[in-house]
Design a protein around this ligand. Sequence first.
Ligand code: CMP
Length: 140
Amino acid sequence: ATERTLSIIKPDAVAKNAIGEIISRFEKAGLKVVAAKMLHLSEEQAGGFYAEHKERPFFKDLVGFMTSGPVVVQVLEGDDAIAKNRDLMGATNPKEAAPGTIRADFAETIDANAVHGSDSPASAEREVAYFFNSDEICPR
Ligand code: CMP
């Protein structure tokens, strides 16, 4: 079924000048960018986005990293978009990511892991709405 998912190109990948190469992988896999913006997240924005991880030991580092530089947030649309995006990204820890995945090719550590993608339909709905108003999404 056609789905939407939230993708974030994280500060490490933006700093590497890899925005285009990463978006190109989404497009070549048949996902369409239907919304996009570049943001430098505040602590409040990053902490709210990752609220489900608030009690985890890595939360402070995660928020620190996600606010360390600009990110590109996008809504990707396509058939099976949530799982397709996760396949393209590879495992959360780049050291475990399959060859040819975005994290294997662009990421160094579990904190600086190049991209984020929604992990379920419920989180996709919440995460898309966290960054985009409905009039900022351009179906095509
Ligand atoms: P992301 O998919 O953006 O979701 C939460 C992020 O926390 C994750 O990618 C990692 O970058 C980061 N993180 C750091 N340590 C861990 C860990 N032990 N388990 C899961 N995520 C972690």
